[in-house]
Write a protein of this length. Sequence first.
Length: 429
Amino acid sequence: MPRHLDSRVLDGWVDPAVAFTALFGEVAHAFWLDAGPAASDGWSWVGSGIPSPAPRHVVAGGATDAAAGPFRGGWVGWSGYDAAARRAGAPATEDAGPGEVWLRIDRMIGFDHAAGRMVAYGDRDVLESFAVAIETARRAERMPEPGAPAAVEVRARHDPAAYAALIEECRDEIREGRAYQLCLTTRFETAASVDPIETYLRLRVATPAHHGGIIRSGGWALVSASPEQFLTVSGGIVRTRPIKGTRPRSPDTVDDAALAAELRASEKEQAENVMIVDLMRNDLQRVCEPGSVAAERLLEVESYPAVHQLVSTVAGRLRARTTVGDLWDASFPAGSMTGAPKLSAMQILHRLEGAPRGVFAGCFGWIGVDGGLDLAMVIRSIVVHPGGAYVGAGGGITWGSVAADEVAEVGIKARAPLRALGADLPPGW
């Protein structure tokens, strides 16, 4: 069982982008969990690790050390959608490549953005040399500047007309009472060679997010600017923050405020969000103390460079000895990526989508040896593989959905990741 890594608070500050590219840019199994290029709170983490099974056995709990931070060793990685759907009892198509990648950390730097301090983590016998390497990178301070991407071609799994027809099939299922809401998704793919680091550097500038990052292992990489925090555990409290409801941003401040107000007032978006809140409350009640699960916040608008989002927060106190695997079995795949009721929704979506989701609609982040964790949804993301890359996107369908609006929402969500690749949306999207 891994232990907390030894740690040392370092002098000075280096940008996480500099630290990652200088120290881990050529490392085969490396990660950068990014709080954003202008973060003023939260933590970023860069480091390397050894491929390891998913840490399902760890007892969920978590306790922050004021000096060493909330994450002092453990695992960083991702778990995809398809295997989780199968564990939940739904059919799922196997995708190419690893459905799960987890790295047991050997070296790491934590960046405490609120305090403006860095902490080095590693075994005691390597911590001194690691601190020297970090200081060398700090003195060099060469901020990486990604070049403009070469233009690449992408193909869509569904064209807009086919996706609109699937929306109507979703509405048929809802009318027949087999679901209340369905998160219908599609995929955009390229066969072009993709540099994941260059791509992430472009993506984080275009659409900074509090749960961005890159995880690279074995020829595969996840590149994400995710705005959705899936699960956090700290001090025995679990929280989830589902997103349902999206509007584009406008460069005109008056129009932009009107779009945010429209999202906040939309009965369709409110209903969609509350359905997923109820689903997540039900999921968490399976592993939390009776009476402890509640919606802390409802229907708050959060604004990002490309979109406004409608976000709620659900929390509960975990029962003693609940493992990470127990928590995943209760809550993963996330309701915001399935619909409700969850099992029926996954069964319907398997038939309608007709293809795997892969890493998209899964989760990624860190899990500490003390059972703390911080996992984000794999959305607004690029999955890079030896044969190219793909971007997944979708949206929640209710009886009140208008097909043209839902098609447009998919385009809004996919546009920034595709541009980071050097691609435009296919015609019609």
